[in-house]
Design a protein around this ligand. Structure first.
Ligand code: NAD
Ligand code: DAU
Length: 354
């Protein structure tokens, strides 16, 4: 058995689906089901006894302790987090609650469980913490990509809260010997991506004939990785990562936001041309920039390749095509997401950004 937290979110649900499809052990999936948690992502597992869903908070220490005692997992993988930078700017409190205090309470529960294990169960146990490249701050155009040695320099409440969680995980290894590994990954994209984030937002707005909001000058650079590749990296680190180490995970695919938006528009022109013959790029609208917007992220993923033999399988061209095709085939998923709290969020964010 493994425990996955946040397994109803974007990356967590992709991980659970991939893990079970690959014949992995049963999964206990602990998720609070915030606005970002969507059990529809896991609908194909409804009749699969290998997936046990528990609605709950990683910060509920007694709950986590009881789950660990009951299921005796050989690993806990922590995906649960508040993940959207813009939301952290509007309302940082929940980011501190979940990403800092929640991770702390989760670590406390896991420490107690692990300390009571004996023999091979104790030796083989792992706590894998899923983190982000944003903890390293922003790069200048000519700077080398983030290595694992890059100093922590988080710039948003989101990245500061993730940095704090990384430090706690590190400290639990250093102080108590808890067997931890941490991954710091770049921007993911793919199926089940909540349409508040750039790529799904652009696809969904374009199909609805709405403006495609580009912050500032659109020249901010991100390093995009297909979500399935992130999941395979996590599996690899869980299997063979060295204890107490961090592994940077990235796609070797730096691109300015405006280029990403144009690529999505071109794919939609090809796959779902507009009725009036106009091109989707005519919907591009520059809006007010994100406060404190990091200019560039880039991941140096040589350590995970050298030590664990991991490399992304997907190119950006293949991954983004698959992603656009997925959204075109899953209009019902998008529609149900949009009929929930998501719609209120969009109104708040873009009323202020316009
Ligand atoms: P997401 O927002 O889509 O999903 C987060 C999930 O966590 C949701 O299902 C939510 O219900 C759950 N959750 C939130 N608070 C919780 C709590 N207190 N207790 C239990 N569950 C809770 O996020 P995502 O994009 O899937 O990101 C997953 C992890 O990967 C996060 O830790 C994030 O920091 C990290 N990460 C994300 C990216 C990316 O590009 N999306 C890149 C690198 C790292
Ligand atoms: O780098 C990893 C991080 O990537 C993860 O840790 C975060 O959880 C994840 O949300 C993502 O953060 P970003 O802030 O980079 O992702 P987002 O999709 O919000 O924005 C990507 C870029 O696009 C960023 O430069 C802001 C810009 N943007 C975003 C939105 C939502 C726009 O120009 N317009 C938009 O409407």
């Amino acid at each position: 058995m493994i425990v996955v937290t946040g397994g109803a979110g974007f990356i967590g649900s992709n991980f659970v689906l991939d893990w079970l499809a690959a014949g992995g052990e049963p999964v206990v999936n602990l998720d609070k089901l915030t606005y970002a948690g969507n059990l529809e992502n896991l609908r194909s597992l409804d009749d699969d006894a290998r997936h046990v869903f528990v609605q709950g908070d990683i910060g509920d220490q007694p709950l986590v302790e009881s789950l660990l005692a009951r299921y005796q997992p050989r690993a806990v993988l922590n995906f649960a987090a508040e993940s959207h930078v813009d939301r952290s700017i509007h309302a940082p409190g929940t980011f501190i609650e979940t990403n800092v205090l929640g991770t702390f309470r989760l670590l406390e529960a896991v420490r107690g469980y692990w300390a009571a294990l004996a023999g091979p169960a104790r030796e083989q146990f792992r706590f894998l913490h899923v983190s982000t490249d944003e903890v390293y701050g922003s790069l200048a155009p000519q700077d080398p990509a983030f290595s694992e040695q890059h100093r922590y320099e988080p710039n948003s409440p989101y990245s500061a809260s993730k940095a704090a969680s990384d430090h706690l995980v590190r400290a639990y290894h250093h102080t108590y010997g808890l067997p931890v590994v941490t991954t710091n990954c770049s921007n993911n994209y793919g199926p089940y991506h909540f349409p508040e984030k750039l790529i799904p937002l652009i696809i969904v707005n374009a199909l609805a004939g709405k403006p495609l909001p580009v912050y500032g000058d659109g020249q901010q650079i991100r390093d995009w990785l297909y979500v399935g590749d992130h999941c395979s990296a996590i599996r690899r680190v869980l299997a063979a990562g060295r204890l107490g180490e961090t592994y940077n995970v990235g796609g070797w695919n730096e691109q300015p936001n405006i280029d990403i938006v144009h690529t999505v528009c071109r794919l939609l022109d090809e796959l779902r041309p507009r009725g009036d013959g106009s091109r989707y790029e005519t919907l591009i609208t520059y809006v007010k920039d994100r406060p404190g917007h990091d200019r560039r992220y880039a991941i140096d993923a040589r350590k995970i390749e050298r030590e664990l033999g991991w490399k992304p399988a997907e190119t950006f061209a293949s991954g983004i095509r698959k992603t656009v095709q997925w959204y075109l085939a899953h209009g019902d998923w998008v529609q149900r997401v949009q009929s929930g709290a998501y719609r209120e969020w969009i109104t708040t964010q873009y009323a202020q950004a316009a």
